[in-house]
Write a protein that binds this ligand. Structure first.
Ligand SMILES: [Zn+2]
Length: 194
């Protein structure tokens, strides 16, 4: 295939205002090389309630909880211990350092990310960890929040509000989802293909 003929999603990063190019990879899905700034996900299957499909933005900003970052670090650490190739090893170790530097920042980012999703063009995907999390975006009039993945109580995973404060509370709840005691493994919903 000729270079330049692959489909892309191109937009300006709402945070640093630089070009972001998302391309499709067979193994990883839609990925963007926008290191050190925001990570993005493409919404392929909008969430549904009953028969009704929500209308959502196409691109969601990922917000990883500290729990999710630590989980990813653990995964990489076990990769490192098995990797014999030195250059691959140091790449993974650099990845671990990059991830660890993000710990403690999820909450601090909420105000600026809330500001971005208010515009309605981008959604927010909170990555709580253990294949669970929540999506938040602004619909026509209200903010919508809905959980995904391995979630224990569906009722706490739904929000429909015009209040910014309530939206912030919903985001906070999902950032700290695994910080309280939880029944692990009670239900195992497959993670949606985002
Ligand atoms: Zn950026």
């Amino acid at each position: 295939m000729q270079i330049g003929f692959e489909p892309k999603i191109v937009f300006l990063c709402p945070l640093c205002h630089k070009d972001v190019e998302m391309i499709y990879s067979r193994t990883e899905g839609w990925i963007a090389d926008h290191g050190g700034c925001l990570n993005f996900s493409v919404m392929r299957k909008p969430p549904t309630i009953g028969e009704n499909e929500f209308r959502t933005p196409l691109v969601f900003i990922d917000l990883e909880s500290d729990f999710a970052i630590r989980e990813a670090v653990e995964g990489l650490r076990s990769l490192v211990s098995e990797e014999e190739d030195l250059s691959k090893r140091s790449k993974i170790e650099a990845g671990i350092k990059r991830l660890e530097s993000k710990i403690g920042f999820a909450e601090k980012r909420i105000p600026e990310l809330l500001d971005v999703i208010k515009g309605g063009t981008f959604g927010l995907r909170i990555v709580s960890g253990r294949s669970a999390g929540a999506l938040v975006w602004r619909g026509v009039e209200k903010f919508v929040g809905i959980s995904y993945g391995n979630v224990q109580n569906e009722e706490e995973g739904l929000m429909l509000t015009s209040q910014e404060e309530e939206t912030k509370g919903f985001i906070l709840k999902w950032i700290h989802y695994w910080d309280g005691p939880k029944l692990v493994g009670k239900k195992a919903f497959p993670q949606p293909d985002l």
